[in-house]
Design a protein around this ligand. Structure first.
Ligand code: SGN
Ligand code: CA
Length: 539
């Protein structure tokens, strides 16, 4: 009898284990590909004018393209913290790039790891500390370097010869091929440094892209007339703030000799420090291409007026930026091919996104930070053959806030109650009925800081965008997204929009309440800048 009981218990628990194992087998793998500062304007699935990105586009062809994906705070580390925690910056506390991430926050990779996922991260994290919940990681220190980069790894620090985008991909493929545990689903972060400033491309790409000419955006010569103080005072104008050496690759000695005004000494310093990382061979290759560009500039510069110089800067910017994107696209192709060739594609969710959007000369700008479209929106393409219909498009107002809950639901794990996003699972499977968000909340903090974009929070709906710029100003801006898609005319004070202003303002405050943001928190984060000594005056 006892033997029978033992046998029954044994069989029951055996079949339970087997069932659990089968379920585990069905759980999807996840590859989260994120590049840095990759504008949707530089992905041909969104926009074909600047570059062709056949590999990234494959995700749209074989999966879903999101046309209305946005971030909650358009800057690197806060965006990454929002992705990992499923919370707005005022809740997870990583409001800017300056101070380290608070690691007492619970992140979704930790939860997936606790629930049987194998986890790994390769590339740029930019947190000031190491990621938690990972079986293995190799991350760049801070912003990292394009050439011969250093890495912080779970086993100590190392430095690798070569080009960063290729190296991060090699690491990813090496992990997939050699250290993946086949009896577990995996969550893999494959995070590029490209196409972040200072845009140092690989030789195979700069050789090609420096020969190209790119169409100018309609607002390259924006005079910011219809906007508020924040747009006028931001320091991200190509002509005024883009550096001639680090950004445009004119050797510091020549720039000085020609008397070109360098927006800051920093431009020379960064160029020199990046150039000094090259091996002799890398220097020669570089000089063979950029030397003649410098010579040509020396001839042209003395007769250049401001608008010609602006145009020249834009072309130089696009050549290097897009050449960095080309390396990302090529390498994404290597990873997608690996999945196909190893029978992993069907049940692997592959996400391609950026930590935020970026200005490619629109409004005369580079960089991001603003609630305006080019930096508020971000690319998002998702492939998962098992669930997503190929070639589908979603216009839903999704945000980087939603990834954590999406991945947890995909893995069959309940998300913590205090996460603030919405799972994309229904949308991915073509069901729009349950989607609840008709307005997105945004809050940017890093001021005073690089590029001097003022603090602001706001609400974005399908038709309008309302933002409040605060701290050292108190200004409101309203844009009619349908009539003024380039966001050139602030209609906040136009009586015709009085009702819209009233309704949206109320909705904005409701959103602030819903997400637990408040004036007290705005003040707390200003106070933090005083404590850090970034703000010196007493207010
Ligand atoms: C650096 C850049 C800035 C950029 C910030 C934040 N200067 O300071 O242009 O806005 O990073 O970028 S750099 O030329 O030194 O790179 S973020 O993507 O990390 O938020
Ligand atoms: Ca970024």
């Amino acid at each position: 009898m006892r033997l029978l009981l033992f046998f029954t218990v044994f069989m029951l628990s055996f079949s339970a284990c087997q069932q659990a194992a089968e379920e585990a087998e069905e759980r999807p793998n996840i590859i989260f590909i994120m590049s840095d500062d990759h504008a949707y304007q530089a992905i041909s699935a969104y926009d074909e004018r600047l570059i062709s990105t056949p590999n990234i586009d494959r995700l749209a062809r074989e999966g879903m393209l999101f046309t209305n994906a946005s971030v909650t705070n358009s800057i690197c580390a806060p965006s990454r913290a929002t992705i990992l925690t499923g919370k707005h910056a005022h809740i997870h506390g990583k409001i800017d790039n300056v101070f380290p991430f608070d690691t007492t926050n619970i992140t979704f990779p930790q939860i997936l790891h606790d629930n049987g996922y194998q986890t790994a991260m390769f590339g740029k994290l930019h947190f000031g500390n190491n990621p938690k919940g990972f079986d293995e990681f190799k991350i760049l220190p801070g912003q990292g370097d394009y050439y011969n980069p250093d890495f912080i790894t779970s086993e100590g620090d190392t430095s690798i010869q070569g080009y960063v985008t290729d190296i991060i991909t090699d690491m990813t493929l090496d992990w997939l091929g050699n250290r993946r545990e086949e009896d577990k689903p995996f969550m893999l972060f494959y995070l590029h440094k490209a196409s972040h400033r200072e845009w140092f491309p690989a030789p195979r790409h700069y050789k090609e892209f420096t020969k190209r000419t790119f169409p100018e955006p309609a607002t390259l010569f924006d005079d910011y007339k219809g906007r508020g103080t924040a747009a006028k005072e931001a320091e991200m104008n190509l002509l005024e703030h883009m550096t001639i050496s680090a950004d445009n690759k004119i050797y510091p000695e020549l720039a000085k000799e020609l008397g070109v005004e360098e927006p800051s000494e920093w431009g020379y310093r960064v160029f020199k420090s990046k150039y000094s990382r090259f091996t002799e061979e890398q220097k020669q290759e570089w000089d063979a291409v950029y030397g003649p560009i410098n010579e040509e500039f020396a001839e042209l510069y003395p007769t250049m007026d401001d608008s010609t110089f602006m145009r020249w800067k834009y072309q130089r910017y696009m050549q290097d930026y897009l050449a960095c994107v080309a390396a990302v696209d090529e390498n994404v192709g290597r990873v997608l091919d690996y999945l196909d060739e190893n029978g992993l594609s069907d049940n692997t969710i592959v996400v391609y996104t950026s930590d935020q959007g970026f200005y490619l000369g629109e409004h005369g700008w580079f960089d991001k930070r603003f609630i305006y479209d080019e930096s508020f929106l971000t690319p998002l393409l998702v492939k998962w053959p098992k669930k997503i219909k190929p070639g589908s498009v979603s216009n839903a107002m999704v945000q980087n806030l939603d990834f954590a809950q999406t991945f947890l639901e995909a893995a069959g794990v309940e998300a913590p109650e205090d996460m603030q996003g919405e799972s994309l699972m229904p949308l991915l499977q073509g069901d729009n009925r349950q989607w609840g968000r008709d307005a997105a909340y945004y809050h940017y903090y890093e001021y005073p800081g690089a590029h001097m974009v003022k603090r602001h929070y706001g609400i974005v709906t399908e038709d309008y965008k309302l933002a409040h710029f605060y701290y050292d100003i108190d200004e409101w801006e309203l844009y009619d997204r349908k009539k003024d898609p380039r966001e050139l005319n602030n209609v906040y004070n136009d009586p015709a929009y009085a009702k819209v202003v009233q309704e949206l303002t109320q909705k904005l405050y409701e959103l602030r309440e819903q997400y637990k943001d408040s004036e007290e928190l705005d003040q707390k984060y200003i106070e933090l800048y005083r404590e850090r000594g970034i703000i010196k005056e007493k207010q």
